[in-house]
Design a protein around this ligand. Structure first.
Ligand code: FES
Ligand code: FES
Length: 209
């Protein structure tokens, strides 16, 4: 059956804009309002500005975790669905699918990004990094274990990737900066104390303090 979210809404300029993109754009706007200080918020806003016209599957090559993958994908397919369904990289979680929770966070060219807010076709020519690329002794992974920063684990892969991106970019960050920088991710189990402790330890070490 036809997905009503895929119905094409004509633009004044003659281009097409499907309902799913509209809904996603609305979600991004809400997320940006709530997460104005997070990098993911800005990324979602960028994604919301893009208009995508539905079309048939096309051949693309996506670079994920340093490896090129040749895929045939419809332009409407999200990066999140591609990672999980086509590449079997299920670390990134599909929780809200509306840019509100951060469970799907991956890195695109080093920037933390909601994979549910990006179309796979937008990622051609970019480097996508998922939690599967991190070894067990990665400092962020080890830090989460050390600080007991997970319970059910649904938010954890996204939080790990967001923490990695933040700590790499912000050595010597303050507690307030850590909290703000990780503000694009939500944990319903309330593991913020452990996550924040892990991030503070990493930025303090990187800052040479
Ligand atoms: S699943 Fe992408 S932000 Fe929640
Ligand atoms: S550990 Fe359960 S949602 Fe974060």
């Amino acid at each position: 059956m036809r997905d009503p979210r895929e119905e094409t809404i004509p633009h004044a300029d003659g281009s097409g804009f499907n309902r799913r993109d509209f809904l996603r754009g609305s979600g991004a706007a809400v997320a940006v309002t709530a997460l104005a200080t997070s990098e993911q918020g800005a990324t979602a806003q960028d994604a919301a500005k893009k208009n995508v016209v539905s079309a048939k599957a096309q051949d693309v090559t996506l670079n994920v975790n340093g490896k090129d993958h040749k895929l045939s994908l419809e332009p409407r397919v999200t990066l999140l669905d591609t990672l999980r369904d086509d590449l079997n990289l299920t670390g990134c979680k599909d929780v809200c699918d509306t840019t509100n929770c951060g469970a799907c966070t991956v890195l695109i060219d080093g920037k933390p990004t909601y994979a549910c807010s990006r179309l796979a076709h937008e990622c051609v020519g970019k480097k996508v990094t998922t939690i599967e690329s991190l070894a067990a002794n990665d400092p962020v992974v080890a830090g989460f274990v050390k600080h007991d920063a997970q319970q059910c684990g649904f938010c954890t892969p996204g939080f790990v990737m967001a923490t990695k991106a933040f700590c790499d970019k912000n050595p010597g960050a303050t507690l307030a900066q850590v909290r703000s920088g990780l503000g694009g991710n939500i944990c319903r189990c309330g593991t913020y104390v452990g996550i924040t402790a892990c991030a503070m330890e990493l930025v303090t070490k990187k800052g040479g303090k």
